[in-house]
Design a binder for this molecule. Structure first.
Ligand SMILES: NC(=O)C1=CN([C@@H]2O[C@H](COP(=O)(O)OP(=O)(O)OC[C@H]3O[C@@H](n4cnc5c(N)ncnc54)[C@H](O)[C@@H]3O)[C@@H](O)[C@H]2O)C=CC1
Ligand SMILES: O=C(O)CCC(=O)C(=O)O
Length: 528
């Protein structure tokens, strides 16, 4: 059978070589097609290969009635509607490693161009001016580089910046102090990075939690005269806030490779002389493009020939017959993982899973992997799946232990998940209640009965009369409706918890306002 492959963003010709060599595959280039033409023609194709430009949205996917695989030649899959692809049974693969080096080099080029005002000086020279006073720069040596997101690219930037004799302070939710020490860099919280850095560079994915990570509050906290670099994703910086921070001279300059909306032909930030920019060129080198194109081409060929792919983004790895036996536990496990990671105040070093009752008789490997997936997705994004979850945990130095126990604590099946960080142990346990579905029944040493779905609010507070009333009034003033509420306490008058399910997402600033109430120790919002 011959397969038809459509390539809708420019890919390296050398990188397409595996496809050109493969039997039974024909390629069509659609780099100049409009989104409309793409939507009209997509039904003819078995595979679609893209970079970051093509918007593989639900509308396109719905029309792609023959599509089996989407290959993303690069890391970020935010231009692909993964839920729609999964619903339509289309596998998405990416190339997470091929452009790391180029993106790190581009970041260094941006840092250096920014510190020495090279683009501005070049423009001035092109305008026939020889101005040596205006373009006095700043040395990098002995300056502090703050790195937010120390994954593949962030870590490569750290190595290179050390070569410039910069001091490095970094924050990543998976970075421990020990790991930082081994890399000879300083470990810091986001606030510490903001306060200490002369240059701040971001290398996180764009996630719910990283959207507008650098906002007006963050620019308020930074050192005056800081330089900002973003070669990760537009949207991680609040562009309006950056504009005002530069205008007020709090931020001395910014180097941007990525923007909230791309492409654009006119952008307010580019009217500021302190801003230098490139049109999303981080991965645009011959080497990176060849490498990512080869990686996705090979995965597409593997998939169309019935072989296992190397970089699946949304592929369920569990065979259908096993999945049908464990499916309800599978979902419970992912929710438990996702719930628990929100209780971690420090990087997780160890994850322990305790299976008991009926669960100890089932195949637990896939359930463990889905728990880890639930835990990691919060910070690593949608490319974590049950195929790569254990590998990604190991890469971050997290130990995973599975245990089968006979202690069912009265439930016919129970999965307890425990995380250990440098200074604490947190846990959550869940069960499948016959006829009632999944429930979270323990949070640390407290007993609860919570359906793991929707918007949850977890509060630690002092057990005393009136707290529940105060909470209710506060939420009412924010027009947040409470659907269910659970309360438990350690001792009368001691530490207590409330777990509520509410009708909408609770914003960070609402949580901080809640914590201003005297009896509330901390408030956490979890969307499951
Ligand atoms: N400009 C360009 O052309 C390119 C951009 N990228 C983008 O660069 C970014 C980083 O890519 P990789 O390093 O390959 O990804 P990665 O997955 O290896 O690293 C991302 C890191 O961000 C961390 N993180 C998540 N939430 C965080 C938070 N709230 N605060 C601090 N750290 C957080 C994660 O723990 C992880 O270690 C992605 O957004 C990717 O799409 C990647 C390649 C080229
Ligand atoms: O395809 C490109 O050039 C963009 C690369 C990128 O942003 C990524 O891999 O996340």
């Amino acid at each position: 059978m011959a397969f038809k492959i459509l390539i809708s963003d420019p890919l390296s010709e050398e990188g397409m070589y595996p496809l050109l060599q493969a039997e039974n595959i024909s390629i069509e280039l659609a780099t100049d097609w409009s989104q409309e033409k793409l939507a009209n023609q997509i039904t003819e194709y078995d595979a679609l290969l893209v970079r970051s430009q093509t918007q593989v949205n639900r509308e396109l996917i719905t029309k792609a009635t023959n599509l089996k695989i989407i290959g993303r030649a690069g890391v970020g899959v935010d231009n692909i509607d993964l839920d729609a692809a999964t619903e339509h049974g289309i596998i998405v693969v990416n190339a997470p490693n091929g452009n790391t080096n180029s993106a790190a080099e581009h970041t260094m080029a941006m840092i250096m161009a920014l510190s020495r005002k090279i683009p501005q000086a070049y423009l001035s020279l092109m305008n026939k001016q020889w101005d040596r006073k205006k373009y006095v720069g700043t040395e990098l040596k002995n300056k502090t580089l703050g790195i937010i997101g120390l994954g593949r690219i962030g870590a490569e930037v750290a190595y290179r910046a050390k070569g410039q004799r910069m001091n490095i302070i970094a924050y990543d939710p998976f970075l421990t102090e020990d790991q930082a020490k081994k890399m000879d860099i300083q470990y810091g919280s986001v606030d510490e990075v903001l306060h200490a850095a002369d240059f701040i560079t971001i290398h996180t994915p764009l996630l719910k939690e990283t959207r507008h990570l650098l906002n007006a509050d963050a620019f308020h906290a930074v050192k005056p005269g800081v330089h900002i670099v973003n070669c990760a994703r537009g949207g991680i910086i609040d562009e309006d806030a950056l504009y005002h921070a530069i205008q007020s001279k709090k931020v001395a300059g910014a180097a941007l490779d990525v923007f909230e909306e791309e492409p654009f032909y006119d952008h307010p930030l580019l009217e500021l002389p302190e801003v230098i920019a490139t049109p999303h060129l981080g991965a645009s080198t011959f080497e990176a493009q060849e490498s990512v194109a080869i990686d996705v081409s090979e995965d597409v060929i593997r998939f169309l020939s019935g072989e296992a792919v190397r970089n699946p983004v949304n592929l369920p790895s569990v065979p259908k017959d096993i999945l049908s036996q464990i499916e309800p536990y599978f979902h419970l496990a992912e929710k438990l993982g996702h719930f628990l990671i929100h209780l971690a105040n420090e990087p997780v070093e160890e994850i322990n899973l305790y299976y008991s009752g009926d669960l100890s008789q089932t195949k637990i490997g896939p359930i463990t992997r889905n728990t880890i997936k639930g835990l990691l997705t919060r910070h690593l994004g949608e490319h974590v799946n049950d195929v790569n979850a254990l590998y990604l945990a190991e890469k971050r130095g997290i130990t995973v232990n599975e245990n089968k126990t006979s202690s069912t604590q009265g439930f016919t099946n129970l999965l307890k998940v425990e995380i250990i960080t440098k200074s604490e142990k947190r846990s959550v346990a869940g069960t499948l209640l016959n006829g009632l579905g999944p429930r979270i029944v323990k949070m640390d040493h407290y007993s609860v009965d919570v359906t793991p779905k929707g918007h949850l609010l977890v509060i630690h507070h002092k057990d005393q009369p009136g707290v529940i009333g105060k909470m209710g009034s506060f939420l009412a003033t924010q027009e947040i409706n409470i659907a269910t509420m659970q309360v438990d306490r350690a001792d009368i008058g001691g530490e207590a918890i409330m777990v509520m399910s509410v009708d909408r997402h609770i914003e960070e600033k609402e949580l901080r306002a809640l914590e201003q109430l005297e009896e509330i120790h901390d408030a956490t919002a979890i969307d499951l």
